[in-house]
Design a protein around this ligand. Structure first.
Ligand code: GLU
Length: 479
């Protein structure tokens, strides 16, 4: 009989979650949803020195932004200190762990000597064989011990990993790691396995960097007489140069992507492909499709390479697929924030809704939208006359502008088709090519040489604003 799937995301609240953390959360969530299982959020906050105020909220907001809802939690390890202490003591009682009274100074000297002798670092087991009387008398002296696990000195520990198969560790390489610190807080190893056991975690999906901790966990499970969960260590995420992903390559904190105008659904799709694939070609997949197909079997063993250009491309695809209302709505906060300060706030949402279809095709991120739309909002365009003329001369530009103004003035309806119908014949009459001809009008009404389709732009800008801009362009030459 298969066990019900219960997985957890267990971040330490040390700051903004980075892409690797979120990829771990996502894979756990996908695995839970695929198997109708339970996804638990557990905050591993027992490292008091590294704890950052507000980090838990940020983690939760990031998960919510991506739609990774949790079924249980958040559970805080700091609320469960007694539980860990109880097991640390029990392990001591059973001879599977021991009190260690070594001072930080002694450990420092030991470390230095090991380094000098080029020995691998690790506790030298100084206190491993203290007698009960020795322990008692040190305690009575007021010395506060840590609790260390008594790792086997010989033999091997085998970790069975769903992605990597059997990974064998020599016990001689595992030192007597600390379970309980002198401040009464558990280490990651102890708290992590006590909780995984207590929460009935069926599968542990976590980053590969934790693989080296797993033999310790396997030994702890067996010392406590517990059945370990199944392990799956997810491949590393590397930068394009194949070194570990870092700020040098791209933003690493997930909220930066949110601020840069990436859509959560694009992020989910993109992060899914950092270590998992449906086949060797499919890139764009809906959340439902991913959930339906997600499996550990298709998680790759080899590192995933983060490619920001691919993320931009994918985000552009997702932006284009939004319906236009949604696109306008999601762009609004970016537009509010990104338009020049002189422009009236709040931004006119009806107007933005009309602009939206003209720029949706061209935005790769929502943060690009303000620059694509700002000319719709500004009162005065900034451009120089050279740009306005392009390859034409002053006389030609004047004639194009004045003829266009005269023609448009006579129009009843300020609509794309009627404008186009009225202005097109002027091109033929002028003997110029359409490109330079419309180039003049384009710069006059948008202040730039590339813009959304000209007449649609003018329709949205409205008669008054468009005529005013054409007039302003003309007056540069004939004032
Ligand atoms: N607290 C660990 C982390 O920050 C959890 C690792 C695990 O999943 O066991 O990633």
């Amino acid at each position: 009989m298969s066990v019900p799937v219960r997985v957890r995301f267990a971040p330490s609240p040390t700051g903004y979650p980075h892409l690797g953390n979120i990829r771990t959360a996502l894979f756990n969530w996908l695995f839970a949803r695929h198997n109708n299982g339970v996804f638990i959020l557990r905050i591993e906050d027992t490292d008091v020195a590294r704890k950052v105020e507000g980090a838990t909220e940020i983690i939760m907001e990031s998960l919510q932004w991506l739609g990774l809802d949790w079924d249980e939690g958040p559970v805080f390890q700091s609320d469960r200190l007694d539980l860990y202490k109880m097991y640390a003591r029990e392990l001591v009682k059973e001879g599977r762990a021991y009190y260690c009274f070594c001072s930080p100074e002694r450990l420092e000297v030991m470390r230095k000597e090991q380094m000098m002798r080029k020995q691998p670092p690790g506790y030298d087991r100084h206190c491993r064989d203290l007698t009960e009387q020795q322990v008692d008398s040190l305690m009575t002296e007021g010395k506060v011990p840590v609790v260390r696990f008594k790792s086997p000195l010989k033999g091997q520990t085998v970790v069975t990993d769903l992605i990597r198969g059997e990974v064998v560790f020599e016990n001689s390489t595992l030192d007597d790691f600390v379970l309980l610190k002198s401040d009464g807080y558990p280490t990651y190893h102890l708290a992590n396995i006590v909780d995984d056991h207590y929460m009935n975690i069926s599968h542990v999906l976590r980053a590969e960097e934790w693989l080296s901790s797993t033999p310790r966990h396997v030994l702890l499970y067996s010392a406590l007489g517990w059945q370990p969960p199944q392990f799956a260590h997810l491949p590393m995420i590397l930068g394009p140069d194949k070194s570990k992903l870092s700020k040098r390559h791209s933003a690493t904190a997930i909220n930066e992507y949110q601020n840069q105008g990436y859509l959560p659904e694009a992020m989910v799709n993109f992060l899914t492909l950092l270590g998992w694939s449906l086949d060797d070609k499919t890139e764009i997949m809906s959340r439902e499709e991913i959930i339906k197909n997600f499996s550990i079997e298709r998680v790759s063993r080899t590192a995933a390479v983060f490619n920001v250009a691919k993320l931009e491309w994918m985000n552009g695809m997702y932006i284009r697929a939004l319906n236009v209302e949604d696109f306008a709505k999601r762009s609004l906060p970016f537009v509010e924030q990104g338009l020049p300060p002189g422009i009236k706030r709040p931004v006119d949402t009806d107007y933005l809704r009309l602009i939206a279809p003209l720029v949706q095709e061209r935005a790769r991120t929502l943060a690009e939208v303000p620059q694509l739309v700002d000319f719709f909002f500004v009162n005065e365009l900034q451009y120089d006359s050279e740009m306005l003329m392009g390859k034409l001369d002053k006389g030609q530009a004047v004639s194009i502008l004045s003829q266009t103004i005269d023609t448009l003035k006579k129009l009843d309806a300020w609509e794309t088709e009627s404008m186009e119908e009225a202005v097109r014949p002027l091109v033929a009459e002028s003997g110029l090519k359409a490109g330079p001809f419309f180039g003049v009008i384009r710069v006059a009404v948008t202040g730039r040489t590339a813009s959304p389709p000209l007449f649609q732009t003018m329709e949205v800008l409205g008669r008054e604003r468009s005529m005013q801009r054409l007039g302003a362009a003309l007056s540069r030459f004939i004032s």
